[in-house]
Ligand binder design. Sequence first.
Ligand code: ZN
Length: 351
Amino acid sequence: MTAVLAGGDDVHVMRRVDTAHPQVRRVLSQWVDSLAQWSIPTSWYGMHLVRPTTQSVVRDWFYHESARPTVLSVDFDGNSYAVRTLFTTRAAGSLTEQPLGTLRCRFTLDASGSSWIIEDALETTTRHWDTTRIGIVTLIHAPIHIVDSQEVEVSVELLRQTAERFSLATPSHVQCYVVDSRDDIGQMLGIDYYAYPPSAISYPRDGIVLQSNDASLRHELMHILFSQYTQTHPVLREGIATLLGGTGVLDVDQAVDQYIRERDDQSTPSFVQLFTSSRVEQADVYVLGAVLCDAVLRSGGSVALFEVLQLSRPSDVMYRIASVLDLDISDRQESMYSFVVRQSRRTLQHR
Ligand SMILES: [Zn+2]
């Protein structure tokens, strides 16, 4: 039972899976077909926009890193089949496979009892959780979880003020799933292990945030506020959320200071690399994105900012920013380090 992935690889199945069992065969063939179908690349601008499903988790968390799936087990637990899958990836030039993560999903019989369907992991995990409403935010949390209502109130107020400042509509409702740790975010989606667990993640079009306790809600709320800009280049999407809401852990000034302390010319990407290379780190995207958004706001006001947020092609974005900031794009191959240092001497316009 094999299906070919978009990259040309097969889906591997471990020998412990009882492929002679008729129900196991049905579940397995459906899963293997889905994995093959979901491996077809989609534009990554749309990532994380809508409610997380097993399909979007496989696409955005695993296939985004060109992972290869191995089905580890298909086991019956009395009323559903639990399917565990390992995703591995191989760095360019390397011969060894690295584990990227493991996913478990459950197949249950549909109402007619004739076909197996994949359960919604988020729905199943959080079905019996408590809800606490604070302004437009509904927190969904385990009953033992202690809610920091003051922090949420401050975040909601910041959202309201920012919406007013940019004449954007305040989101009518945000659903925020709060857990204790980064691993628990994965657990809610059926991910048992992930190599790069985020401390918070938002699905702006559906107004959903998944958040661990150690991250602030502010950054994610800014993504929701700017959710109508669905095509925004990731550097600017993260940049504006960081400028207005911090990184989730640090506020923007602290993040810029830390970046300046830890980096130098050698380790900071150029303007062109920032927008075109797949090797830039998260700190580059957040901090350089925030500094650029700040510079655009300073030179061209919110009109210029909204203009660049509407662009998605890297070349369009670079050309537009260069013209607003009066940069000569042909010598933008140099490191952006001195640009960050220069900008940090002025107070960032996030207040
Ligand atoms: Zn973000």
